[in-house]
Design a protein around this ligand. Structure first.
Ligand code: ADP
Length: 397
């Protein structure tokens, strides 16, 4: 079974093609800057005889459909071909950000499912429209394939009501569906699964910490999400690359009222101009690390705020789980940044966490345990693989 996994953004397409049950993809790639004359495609083929180098090409890609057509050409024609034609794709697995309260697992896409995803545009205006467009284009380009949606929110649909409700008048939940949804579910689910396997404990109490451009944490027990730091939207919780994370809602009122911001300006400020970018001048943690090493006080404070928020959530989720078997770091920052991990694990002996400084510094490769042997709870670094998790869920479905 050939499963093509696609993650459609507003100006990008990330993809992998699997010949299931082989968990190593046949190829993977990324189209960036769709809508520009200088779009970029990076495509990599795996397996025996494949070139070690990724193919990179700059070209005009006017719209999403043109981008996906280029990808289909790479899959089917010339030296990068791995399948005979689009008809060889059996399943297209789509990442869809918001599944609302309707979708609690992977779902075969029908007209009814599409209508529901469209209804959710109001709740996820920055993400669902791009995901929806990806589905419509894939239906045209892979007419024989079954289309499947895997939702970022689905894993968190197991939160108890007292965890997902806000203390707002009930009608705002029952009529407007204002509640915590949580995101990054596919990543939390994947790393929690790998951690439970590694610990040989299906009932493990885990705190999973996804630190990429977007950042979120989840409290997971027995493979079920019990709480998570993102909320009604991906703005809540941790300090992120460009998002503020938790704020007193009065700050918004102050911006909108006395300071005269428009709603759109507030949205741009909180989603694109805050977080590490707002605090330290860059949303890339590598820049922040370099600035810190050069003695930049703004960078030092930004990192303190970033790590302090993570530690606060570790404390909160250890309480939610009534104990802790392992912390799991994942995604771009979590997998690569030893300083962030060290700061996030500082002074947590009370929770049975003792980081091994040398293991933390010298950690590369797959799943790694960076805790001291005497640590009561493990500290793990597990590379996330959302595409593989999506392919697995498609195959299971
Ligand atoms: P996304 O949320 O976009 O999927 P990723 O999980 O790929 O993001 O994480 C991207 C972020 O990871 C970058 O913005 C950068 O801050 C960080 N990052 C990547 N590599 C490193 C590294 N070697 N050290 C520190 N941070 C890194």
């Amino acid at each position: 079974m050939n499963i093509f996994v696609v993650n459609s953004g507003s100006s990008s397409i990330k993809y992998q093609l699997f010949n299931w049950p082989d968990e190593q993809p046949l190829c993977s790639g990324l189209v960036e800057r769709i809508g520009s004359a200088q779009a970029e495609i990076t495509h990599r083929v795996f397996g025996a005889g494949a070139p070690a180098e990724a193919l990179r090409r700059t070209l005009a890609v006017p719209d999403y459909e043109a981008g996906l057509r280029e990808v289909v050409r790479l899959l089917t024609d010339g030296p990068t071909a791995v399948i005979q034609g689009p008809a060889a794709v059996d399943v297209v697995g789509h990442r869809v950000v918001h599944g609302g309260e309707t979708f609690t697992g992977p779902t075969v896409i029908t007209a009814v499912v599409k209508a529901k995803i469209k209804e959710l545009f109001g709740l996820a205006p920055l993400h669902n429209p791009a995901n929806y467009q990806g589905i419509e284009v894939a239906e045209r380009l892979f007419p024989r394939a079954r289309q499947v949606a895997v939702f970022d929110t689905a894993f968190h649909q197991t939160l108890p009501e007292y965890a997902f409700r806000y203390a707002l008048p009930t009608a705002l939940y029952t009529e407007q569906r204002i509640r915590k949804y949580g995101f990054h579910g596919t990543s939390h689910q994947y790393v929690a699964g790998r951690a439970a396997e590694h610990l040989r404990n299906p009932d493990a109490r885990l705190i999973t910490i996804h630190l990429g451009n977007g950042c979120s944490m989840a409290a997971v027990r027995g493979g079920r999400s019990l709480d998570t730091s993102m909320g009604f939207s991906p703005l809540a919780g941790l300090v992120m690359g460009t998002r503020s994370g938790d704020l007193d809602p009065s700050v918004l009122l102050h911006l909108l009222g006395p300071l005269g911001y428009t709603t759109e300006q507030v949205s741009t400020l909180l989603n694109k101009g805050s977080g590490m970018l707002g605090l330290a001048g860059s949303n890339d943690m590598r820049d922040v690390g370099r600035a810190l090493a050069a003695g930049d006080a703004r960078a030092a404070l930004a990192l303190d705020i970033y790590a302090y928020r993570i530690r606060q959530y570790i404390g909160a989720y250890a309480a939610v789980l009534n104990g802790l078997d392992a912390l799991v770091f994942t995604a771009g920052v979590g997998e690569n940044d030893a300083l962030v991990r060290a700061r996030a694990c500082q002074d947590l002996e009370f929770f049975g966490l003792a980081l091994d400084a040398a293991r933390n510094e010298n950690c590369t490769g797959g799943l790694r345990d960076i805790s001291q042997p005497s640590s009561r709870a493990r500290i793990l670094v597990i590379p996330t693989n959302e595409e593989l998790e999506i392919a697995r869920q498609c195959a299971t479905l």
